[in-house]
Design a protein around this ligand. Structure first.
Ligand SMILES: [Fe+2]
Ligand SMILES: [Fe+2]
Length: 234
């Protein structure tokens, strides 16, 4: 089974994959076996944790594999896009503060600040494109299919085109968070770190975890379901 499919089976599984450092969003196409081999973790150990969590979890809070796509796009906007928009100014202010205080002794902070600035700019543009172009089209597509009404072909011809572009941008954001993770030595503050330094690393860790869940919902659930729906519509 692919890592992205495992992440879709139950909400607890994303937490387990996250903790194990397995990439279930951009790298979701890998099999669990391959992903574990690359990360140097025994696959059996992860499988055992996933099985235990499934037994515990019971029914998922929202089964995004079958819920209306308009509910999923709303959930992504209200949970993840809102979080990203709130977190960016907070993390940037914190990074500026830590830079001013610790930049001389910890030059890596400058690089983290630069990478996060880039990541924030990319994410804002990216979410705007999703909210203004891709999501409204997916929602209209779903309405028309349900009402058995014809749909005007979009200017981008097929939903596959903006999806392809969005997935490229997800890869870029994933790459930037990986660099931040590496430079911060897995978000480990140095021994002389003040409370702001610690809060910055905690925020950056949270930002990455939210991005993984966000990209997972889009790459592994929303986008494949939209492609399938469009195939049946024309
Ligand atoms: Fe998004
Ligand atoms: Fe996205």
């Amino acid at each position: 089974m692919k890592v992205g499919e495992i992440a879709s089976t139950n909400p607890q599984s994303t937490k387990i994959l996250e903790e194990a450092g397995l990439d279930y969003c951009c790298g979701g196409h890998e099999s669990l076996h391959d992903a574990c081999a690359h990360a140097g973790i025994p696959a059996e150990q992860i499988l055992a944790r996933l099985r235990a969590s499934r037994a515990e979890a019971g029914p998922a809070d929202a089964d995004w594999a079958s819920a209306p796509l308009a509910d999923l796009t709303r959930h992504i906007r209200e949970k993840h896009h809102r979080y990203v928009r709130e977190a960016i100014p907070r993390v940037r202010a914190l990074a500026g503060k830590v830079h001013a205080k610790h930049g001389a002794n910890h030059p890596e902070i400058l690089e983290i600040e630069r990478l996060f600035l880039l990541l924030g700019q990319e994410m804002i543009m990216h979410m705007q494109k999703e909210e203004q172009i891709l999501f409204p089209y997916i929602e209209a597509l779903e309405r028309c299919v349900k009402a058995k009404e014809p749909l005007e072909p979009p200017f981008f011809q097929t939903v596959r085109n903006p999806i392809y572009a969005m997935m490229k941008e997800h890869d870029s954001a994933g790459e930037l968070t990986k660099q931040i993770r590496r430079i911060s030595r897995e978000y480990a503050p140095p021994p002389d770190a003040c409370a702001s330094y610690q809060a910055l690393y905690q925020d950056l860790r949270e930002f990455e975890a939210d991005l993984h869940q966000h990209v997972h919902l889009e790459n592994n659930i929303l986008f494949p379901r939209a492609v399938e729906l469009e195939q049946g519509a024309f």
